[in-house]
Design a protein around this ligand. Structure first.
Ligand code: PXG
Length: 442
């Protein structure tokens, strides 16, 4: 049986690691071999506090028996079910359960396997919806600078990260971007939602004036941008985007791959910020990270518009071999049950102030130029070294790992997003390690 707990004579060259400096990593590999609760174990037997829920996904903590058992049982019962023109009960059970939990207008669920697939699915559904209503000219998408929507061609195109885009040519045509909402001068060290910046949403009016509403299918944003360093929406910003989209018949897509499943102290960012999207993407926390799975929540008007043709015709020519995979459905149902039974989203909300005070205590550490937080998320931005952007951030990540804390790093910002089961002592420990490391960096 494959055993991840033993070092093997791997040829490290064979595996081309994703989003990784391969040559640098392979010189000094960092290997994780076990995970339980709030901690990883390395191949050297060291415990590492998981400050970023794996990669924003293990919201209920690692190694949850209930999820393991659900996967094990399902694997024995039925490993795989044909997904097109056939199905299995768990896919329906999960979708019903999710639809109950989603904002009230999102009554339908499409299942996929990754955030990237969910994003491309949502974009395609937006196009198909407009076409079905005789507005097939609405093909343009508006994303946002510093947005991350995965790595499919659709998600890369609407994303706003230059390094993710520049190697890959033209991607999807007809895409434009809103300005990002990060502003150190106006908003540094804001607690929760920054007060300045809702007027940035007015840029959408400019893009509508430039392209004409009749050419725009959808706007896609993360309610809170996670990957590019925890950018919290200014008060009123998302409401204004919603209002402009509605006025112009443009669909609003919330990419909740990170903000879903309790991360901001509510089920979804839509609930936390009280703004309803027409389509919502989810992944990561959906299965607590245990099996790849993603979903798109869909407004009933969109679904209904596509259900108008003859009933024997396939309504949407889209789907994946592994849409609604039985093992993923089993894991997701178990994860949702844990979230509910342990009231983990409420727990996140209850811990928010303690968390906020803890992370903002780092304000006076060396080279800290901003701290941002919401729910159980924080971004700590460090001053870039002269001529070496991201070097200080990377050193912080490496040094924290050596000291027993795993966090995410993007540029000179480090992001924290621990499992929602974190205890106060572990919050203190997280901040203590990070604070000491920041002070030790040149
Ligand atoms: N949308 C959002 C908002 C995401 O954060 C994706 C889509 C793509 O999901 P997949 O499952 O295709 O990777 C993401 C993924 C980080 C980090 O460190 C963030 C993500 C992935 C890996 C690292 O911030 N987000």
């Amino acid at each position: 049986m494959p055993d991840s707990t033993h070092r093997t004579n791997n040829n490290l060259q064979a595996y081309w690691m994703p989003f990784t400096a391969n040559r640098q990593f392979k010189e000094a590999p960092r290997m994780l071999v076990g995970a339980k609760g709030m901690y990883y174990t390395t191949d050297e037997g060291k415990k590492v506090l998981d400050g970023c829920a794996g990669m924003w996904c293990v919201n209920a903590g690692h190694g949850r028996e209930q999820i393991t058992e659900a996967i094990r049982f399902q694997a024995g019962q039925m490993d795989y079910a044909t997904a097109f023109q056939m199905s299995h009960p768990l896919a329906f059970e999960l979708s019903s359960r999710l639809a109950n939990q989603l904002p009230s207008t999102l009554d339908h669920v499409f299942l996929a396997n990754s955030g990237s697939e969910a994003v491309d699915t949502a974009l395609k559904i937006a196009l198909a919806y407009h076409r079905a209503r005789g507005e097939g000219n609405r093909t343009r998408f508006i994303g946002r600078e510093r947005g991350y929507h995965g790595v499919g061609f659709g998600g890369t195109a609407v994303g706003g990260i230059v390094n993710n885009r520049k190697q890959f040519g033209n991607m999807l045509g007809g895409v434009d971007h809103l300005p990002h909402t990060h502003n150190l001068e106006k908003n540094s060290f804001s607690r929760g939602q920054p007060l300045w910046g809702n007027e940035l949403a007015n840029s959408l009016e400019n893009l509508v004036a430039l392209h004409d509403a009749s050419t725009i299918a959808a706007v896609i944003v993360e309610p809170m941008a996670g990957s590019t360093g925890v950018l919290i929406p200014p008060v009123g910003y998302l409401d204004r985007l919603r209002e402009i989209c509605t006025r112009h018949g443009i669909l609003l897509i919330f990419d909740e791959v990170i903000t879903g499943f309790g991360r901001t102290g509510a089920s979804f960012g839509a609930e936390r910020f009280n703004v309803q999207p027409d389509l919502m993407t989810m992944a990561k926390g959906l299965t607590n990270g245990a099996v790849p799975m993603s979903a798109v929540g869909i407004n009933n008007l969109i679904y209904d518009a596509l259900m108008e043709g003859p009933p024997e015709i396939i309504e949407l020519f889209h789907g994946y071999t592994y849409s609604g995979h039985p093992l993923a459905c089993a894991a997701a149902l178990a994860a949702l049950e844990i979230y509910e039974n342990e009231r983990l989203f409420d727990r996140c909300a209850e811990l928010e102030l303690y968390w906020e005070d803890a992370v903002h205590s780092l304000r006076d550490r060396k080279n800290v130029i901003d701290i941002r937080n919401i729910g159980l998320v924080a971004g700590i931005e460090l001053l870039p070294r002269d001529g070496a952007p991201a070097a200080r951030g990377y050193d912080c990540f490496i040094q924290c790992f050596r000291e027993g804390l795993l966090l995410r790093q993007t540029g000179d910002t480090v992001a924290l997003a621990p499992p929602l089961i974190i205890e106060k002592e572990e919050i203190d420990r997280t901040v203590e390690i990070l604070g000491n490391v920041i002070n030790s960096l040149d």
